[in-house]
Design a protein around this ligand. Structure first.
Ligand code: NAP
Length: 307
């Protein structure tokens, strides 16, 4: 029998990805939504999470598709009510919030899943397997997109806790932390803050790698025209490229795999597995790199930004 899930926040990612992924997965039934502004035809709709938790004890899973700033309060309330929780990325506005949620999930015996959708791109497991056999000399992340195109009018992204360019950049870091056979850490960063905003619009990161590989990331949110979501890796036995956010994999310049988008289908599949045993999947390594970039980053002020 399908398990009942409530989706909280009916915004861009809910409509683009969560609703179709839930509808396509027989393990899940969309039993309710929570939205301050929207409702869905034929689905029980609430304006507050508190009301849903009170009136629908039969719904045991809550999926949060809201910005990071309000996420902790929603997740904490759901866990305290004994519900399983699926978190959009990033899993919180701070590492301490994420640790507190994990402790609450353990206390209440609930599933908690910090989703990293880019990690579930089809070529990521292939890239991981390919790299495992080789010595990495260099890894370069180039993540350059147009914020006006992908986040029109989303002011929360430039407010404290909104992560700025790390909102897409953390997707690249979630892939990097999955495919690298060992951990790296941020050793230097430059963060470019628009004069009128509280989060960066561009960032350059350098990592220390215990095997001596050169690892770096270049994030830019003002790229017009072609958009770039690439990870290039040079090894002792050839080069690997993950392009288009992990959808295309090339080895030595030739495409070896090109896949369609199954990221959110894979996330809901994983969530269905986790709730079977009240499992917790809270890998915070992408978030740790972002937090370290904010701690270590040299701040540069750049031109003011308006949507
Ligand atoms: P969004 O459209 O700006 O916001 C999503 C919804 O969250 C809003 O429609 C609103 O829903 C609710 N919301 C906003 N502020 C809130 C607040 N202060 N308190 C309670 N609810 C609030 O954002 P989004 O693009 O969907 O992104 C949501 C999350 O998904 C972010 O963490 C983002 O990083 C992640 N994500 C986004 C994308 C993308 O392409 N946009 C891709 C992958 C992941 P109601 O009006 O229904 O209450």
């Amino acid at each position: 029998m399908a398990r009942k899930v409530a989706l909280v926040g009916i915004g861009k990612i809910a409509r683009d990805q969560h609703l179709p992924a839930i509808a396509a997965n027989p393990d899940w039934e969309l039993a309710a939504v929570v939205s301050r502004n929207a409702s869905l035809e034929d689905v029980d709709s609430f304006t507050t999470l508190e009301e849903l938790l009170e009136k629908r004890p039969d719904i045991d899973t809550i999926s949060l598709a809201i910005p990071p700033q309000p996420r902790f309060d929603y997740a904490a309330a759901a866990l305290a009510a004994g519900r399983h929780v699926m978190l959009e990325k990033p899993p919180g506005q701070s590492l301490a919030e994420c640790h507190a949620l994990e402790a609450a999930a353990r206390e209440h015996g609930c599933t908690l899943f910090a989703t990293w959708h880019s990690r579930y791109a089809d070529c990521v497991p292939d890239a991981k397997a390919w790299l495992k056999e080789r010595r990495i000399k260099r890894l370069v992340i180039t993540w350059k997109e147009d914020v006006r195109k992908w986040h029109p009018g989303q002011d929360w992204i430039f407010e404290p806790g909104g992560l700025g360019v790390f909102d897409p950049g953390i997707n690249a870091l979630s892939i990097m932390t999955e495919i690298l056979p060992h951990a790296v850490h941020v050793s230097a960063a430059t963060l470019e803050f628009p004069a009128n905003r509280d989060t960066p619009i561009a960032a350059q990161l350098t990592f220390t790698d215990p095997t001596g590989a050169e690892v770096s990331a270049d994030f830019d949110w003002l790229q017009e025209g072609p958009q770039t979501w690439d990870i290039d890796v040079e090894t002792d036995e050839g080069t690997l490229k993950l392009a288009n956010g992990g959808a295309v994999m090339s080895v030595n310049g030739s495409v070896v795999k090109q896949a369609s988008d199954h990221e959110y289908a894979n996330l809901y599949k994983r969530m269905a597995e986790l709730v079977q045993n009240c499992g917790i999947d809270m890998d915070l390594s992408p978030m740790t790199h972002v937090a370290d970039a904010f701690t270590l980053g040299r701040r540069k002020t750049v031109a003011a930004f308006e949507f």
